[in-house]
Write a protein that binds this ligand. Structure first.
Ligand code: PMP
Length: 432
């Protein structure tokens, strides 16, 4: 039977515990810095204006609007392909997902002029957001990736905790490589490099493409080049997780640079791409998995075989991916005017976060808060590793009703012009 020895009580997910504690707190000054979703200056969820526009407007069913046909004021309501269309049907998407969505996703992450796309060395499947893409990639590697010795997956220390669960669930073992330096609150490059160099040949190296979660610490382009060299020398397999393209710097190409560099260098690799954060489509589960093979005379037949196996894995896991979020993203990605507006929305989100970083650093420096605070503006993306100790984190929670994870990570999106003074003073009090 399912006794406690057979099915022990699982530990509570730390993030859910944090959210529950925040909800229970009745203090009006409470601040939620645990959330992994963007919030506007009023601490409210934000539907991107471009997404609102797609939802409110319309385009002909079955035809993606092109630039000349898209009309923001059009009244083609009855032909709307989005949810508010009364004639919309709910047929299945193909197993690999909406083709216009996956092809636009390839261009977005690899760049429109990618050699891999020209040479047809990429296969892509729509997935259940980024999580589903990481899972599909891990599952494929568990079944088909056979270097000389059984491969181990390497994750940054720390990483998005779900990496551990997803890779263990498919039977892959994992280790970590040093990443965050507690001293500098920046990158431990030497530790990272040496660990990859010492890993068994053919290891899987999971890399955050940009806006590293949870630290906010990214590699410079020179550092990426050095990591690429050692990955090549050791015949490792790079696995990119990209959940924040455009959200980090506000510039899609810049945030995709590392992946494009590896592809230009001819690596065989895979990519898990999420649209949760950069489209604000969290609950709609829009994502994509890409497998890129190296250039060779039989690359196209290799990618064909890989695609055929991925389709079987996808079929057994989810059969068909969810349609709504992919339809919205596809419309935006394939329509130049909407794409331009999306880029604007990305700059709104990344810009507000960058403003909050600057404000927090300068307020802490003004208060003379013990310690250095340059890492707040050096780090990038949604999260910041503050360097606050667990004890200080708990003090902030008890004394000031400020909620963050025990590792001192704050979601910058939880800060706004109304609570930033309060938060800076609370930090000042907690570290003195
Ligand atoms: N990878 C990383 C590093 C992430 O931070 C996230 C979002 N928390 C994801 C993947 C995937 O998230 P989702 O499944 O919501 O797209």
């Amino acid at each position: 039977s399912f006794s406690a020895e057979v099915v022990p009580q699982a530990p509570e997910d730390p993030l859910f515990g944090l959210m529950a504690a925040f909800r229970r707190d009745e203090d009006p000054k409470k601040v939620d810095l645990g959330i992994g979703a963007y919030r506007d200056d009023n601490a409210k969820p934000w539907v991107l204006p471009v997404v609102k526009k797609v939802r409110a407007n319309s385009c002909r069913r079955g035809e993606l609007p092109n630039s000349s046909r898209w009309d923001a004021d059009s009244s083609l309501q009855a032909d709307d392909i989005i949810r508010n269309d009364p004639n919309l049907n709910h047929e299945y998407l193909p197993i690999a997902g909406l083709a216009d969505f996956t092809s636009a996703s390839q261009k977005l992450i690899l760049g429109g002029d990618s050699p891999a796309l020209k040479e047809k060395r990429v296969t892509s499947l729509q997935t259940v957001s980024g999580t589903g893409a990481v899972h599909l990639g891990a599952l494929f590697l568990a079944k088909f990736y056979k270097p000389a010795s059984k491969p181990t997956a390497y994750f940054s220390d720390p990483t998005w905790p779900n990496h551990f669960q997803i890779f263990s669930n498919v039977g892959l073992s994992h280790k970590t490589y040093p990443y965050f330096s507690k001293e500098t609150k920046g990158l431990d490059f030497d530790g990272f490099y040496n660990s990859i160099q010492n890993a068994d040949e053919g290891s899987i190296v999971v890399l955050h493409a940009c806006a590293h979660n949870p630290t906010g610490v990214d590699l410079t382009q020179d550092q990426w080049k050095k990591i690429a060299e050692v990955i090549r020398a050791k015949k490792h397999f790079p696995f990119f997780d990209t959940a924040y393209q455009g959200f980090a710097s506000g510039d899609l190409a810049r945030d995709g640079w590392a992946i494009r560099y590896f592809v230009e260098q001819g690596f065989e690799l895979c990519i898990a791409q999420s649209y949760a954060k950069n489209f604000g489509l969290y609950g709609e589960r829009a994502g994509c998995f890409h497998f890129v093979t190296s250039p060779s005379s039989d690359a196209q037949s290799t990618i064909g075989r890989i695609a055929s196996q991925l389709a079987i894995l996808q079929r057994s896991e989810i059969s068909n991916p969810p349609a709504y979020g992919a339809r919205i993203a596809s419309l935006v990605l394939n329509t130049p005017e909407l794409f331009a507006q999306w880029e604007e929305d990305l700059r709104t989100m990344s810009g507000r976060i960058i403003e909050m970083r600057k404000a927090l650093r300068s307020k802490l420096e003004e208060l003379g808060t013990p310690g250095t605070w340059n890492h707040i503006t050096d780090q990038i993306g949604m999260f910041s590793f503050t360097g606050l100790s667990e004890q200080q984190v708990m003090k902030l929670r008890e004394d000031s009703h400020v909620y963050m994870t025990k590792n001192g990570r704050i979601s910058m999106a939880g800060l706004n012009t109304k609570n930033i003074d309060y938060f800076a003073k609370a930090v000042d009090k907690a570290v003195r």
